[in-house]
Design a binder for this molecule. Sequence first.
Ligand code: PLP
Length: 389
Amino acid sequence: MIYLNNSATSYPKPRQVIDAVVDYINKPPSHGTRSGLESGAGDVIAQCREKLAKLFNTDNSDQIVFTSGSTESLNLVISGLSLKGAHVVSTVIDHNSVIRPLMAKKNAGEIEVDFVECDSKGYVEPSKIAAAVRKNTAAIVVNHCSNVTGSILDIKKIAGIAHDAGIAHNNDCVLLVDASQSAGVLPIDVADSGIDYMAFTGHKNLFGLQGSGGLYMKKPLSINPLKVGGTGTKSDVLTQPFEMPVYYEAGTRNQAGIAAINAGVGFLLETGVWNINRHKIEIVTRMIDELRDEPRIKIYTTIENNSLSNFTFNIDGMVPEEVNYILESSYDIHVRSGIHCAPLMLKYIGAHPWGTVRASPSLFTTAEETDKFISAVREIARTFPEVSI
Ligand SMILES: Cc1ncc(COP(=O)(O)O)c(C=O)c1O
């Protein structure tokens, strides 16, 4: 089996991650601060927060809270900000985890929202975001790195636009970044970039488990929580303790998931984000070089301004699902096809309505697997009939 769907969920996981999860579940359950029986889980949670702070370059690990993943983190900020009557700017390259919470608020009559268009490569010019800002814009929400084309947005510039807008209109305008595809892939310096909130997921490039992730917030305790409940602290108080991180972490945390992120980020920091990324860049560049001259293949991944974590393409006269099916059933190669939860960008990149095929390698993808993928795609393009779609 050749697994090329790492932008959905990374596989395989580094040995350290598997060992950390097995070790965690082999021990008697711990409840962090919540019981006398400590088996190190409290430590793992604190260690993981520290490692994430290091990865994102902040000294204050209290700025990190754990969630069930990017979707929850994005919902937490979009619901937790006081947005009633406000305008929000987002982009067409954003994921349904951003589009749907914003549309729910818009349809409830609470906010107005604009999705700024991208170019044919999936890039959104910061000047277009600046042009969409209004007097009452309270938030800009952007995908750092497209999960479809891999295009990278200029986060530092966009943070400047948000903060300048706040100053010009005498209100708060914050930047929320969806770093689902960039955390662990691109160097992210939250302090330098000026990001106010950043959602990240555990199960992609941090090598963790599905259903894990977190949120960075520049100003701790600056938004309302999404859920309230037991924290194991101040249990005689009938309201949510107003302190980090428990204000946002009600209920039993996904400790096995946090142990996995802890090991995964440890592996990332030891190996080096750049060393991991360089390997993927080499693979994706090779895919592009080998397949760019095939007459029926259209490639959406560009060399510039791109994470080069995905080789995204279509074969003329075939729907992406069909290509996916053939790769899986005839070659045992596993990729992802379709809309990739990013419905608004397809028409701008010329992939409406079927979407694209996306092959996403990992640090563990070999040259032999890369070659097998290239020859399989070439063979499909040369042998399967072209139909009008
Ligand atoms: C750009 C983007 N945003 C959000 C998500 C959702 O992440 P999670 O699975 O952690 O909720 C994904 C994952 O598919 C993604 O690629």
